[in-house]
Design a protein around this ligand. Structure first.
Ligand SMILES: O=C(O)CNC(=O)c1n[nH]c2ccccc2c1=O
Ligand SMILES: [Fe+2]
Length: 211
């Protein structure tokens, strides 16, 4: 019920605010629960079957020309008003609500807006995403928020770990892209990260928040 969710989000926002201010990375498991998660996964699979994903960036294998080029991630943007995106829009409004409850505690940012939802699919052909910073040049994006949809994912079998190298820290963060997991991290140079080669279809939905 609404009260249950409000209380849950308020408590969750305490954890997220503290975790972000302390580590700059925060994982929330079982964010929406099985049913909503399944609905979102179905909408993403429908999107993919309707061919709305743009071909991922071309990741040519070392120097070999065209025929060997393998697609990396494939993406499509969803603003939540399209037909068949009800569950995705519920996800994004849940992300918005959780961050709204964090309020001013997420120093120093005060969220002013966000991007649409970027739905990404790694086709599982052994491609990942090279090490990068989401916002290296102050384009306004301050928080990266990723929701994963991969049931029973085990990176020992199928790779696809998100590896974050927090600036100035010796240890790395290895994030399994498991179903109904929500991840926040500062989008700037504090969090260079990469997606290790994935050997099964790997779905994620990303929203970037602006301050
Ligand atoms: O999926 C993940 O776990 C992390 N994913 C990323 O860091 C990531 N970052 N920036 C992008 C820009 C365009 C298309 C895909 C991406 C992308 O998957
Ligand atoms: Fe990224």
């Amino acid at each position: 019920d609404q009260h249950g969710r409000t209380k849950q989000f308020r408590e969750l926002s305490d954890y997220v605010a503290k975790c972000m201010n302390q580590h700059g990375i925060c994982v929330v498991d079982n964010f929406l629960g099985d049913m909503p998660g399944e609905e979102i996964l179905k909408e993403v699979q429908d999107l993919q079957s309707r061919g709305t994903f743009q071909d991922g960036q071309l990741v040519s294998s070392k120097g070999v020309q065209s025929s060997q080029n393998i697609r990396g991630d494939q993406i499509t943007w969803v603003d939540g008003t399209e037909p068949g995106s009800k569950a995705i829009s519920y996800l994004v409004s849940s992300m918005d609500t959780l961050l709204m409850y964090c309020g001013q505690r997420l120093k120093p940012v005060s969220i002013r807006g966000r991007t649409k939802a970027m739905v990404a699919c790694y086709p599982g052909s052994g491609k990942g995403y090279v090490r990068h910073v989401d916002n290296p040049n102050e384009d306004g994006r301050c928080i990266t928020c990723i929701y994963y949809l991969n049931k029973g994912w085990d990176s020992r079998e199928t790779g696809g770990l998100l590896r974050i190298y927090p600036e100035g820290r010796s240890e790395v963060a290895n994030i399994e892209p498991i179903f109904d997991r929500l991840l926040f991290f500062w989008s700037d140079r504090r969090n260079p990260h990469e997606v290790l080669p994935a050997y099964a279809i790997r779905y994620a939905i990303t929203v970037w928040y602006f301050d």
